[in-house]
Design a protein around this ligand. Structure first.
Ligand code: DQA
Length: 143
């Protein structure tokens, strides 16, 4: 059964209470539940992990090698800054889909640039938490 890692970065543990006008009312637990349910219907097992720490996210990407067929990654603010995450993704050579709950391109200019997008298969932004499910579908259909 192909397995997918759903990896969330800093502040995404606050989903549901953090700026709900931007990020919506669903909690991270809701998101993870939806991802697991979708995985079950697609025949993929889903592992979920969240960390506020850049190094822990790098470790999780390394650990995905040999265990997961792909990664769905919302790196939060590290999206815009972290060369370490970019290098981890290109280093493990696993397909990765970058997800953002909000439409980062309709927000502040500093959110318009992603340092990880060039090493990802694609980017999904602006569809709320449904973006995680769209990313899982994309990976499950074309691992
Ligand atoms: C985010 C967008 C980032 O700019 C921000 O720093 C986040 C969340 C999103 O899901 O829309 O933490 O990745």
């Amino acid at each position: 059964m192909p397995s997918i890692l759903v990896l969330n970065g800093p502040n995404l543990n606050l989903l549901g209470t953090r700026e709900p006008a931007i990020y919506g009312a669903d909690t991270l637990a809701d998101v993870e539940r939806r991802c697991r349910a979708l995985g079950e219907s697609l025949g993929s097992s889903i592992d979920c992990l969240q960390s506020n720490h850049e190094g822990a996210l790098v470790d999780a990407i390394h650990d995905a090698r040999g265990r997961h067929a792909g990664i769905v990654l919302n790196a939060g603010a590290y999206t815009h800054t972290s060369i370490a995450l970019r290098d981890a993704i290109s280093g493990v050579a696993l397909p990765c889909v970058e997800v953002h709950v909000s439409n980062v391109h309709a927000r502040e200019a500093f959110r318009h640039h992603s340092v990880i997008a060039p090493v990802c298969r694609g980017v999904i932004a602006g569809f709320g938490v449904a973006g995680y499910e769209l990313a899982i579908r994309a990976l499950a259909e074309d691992p």
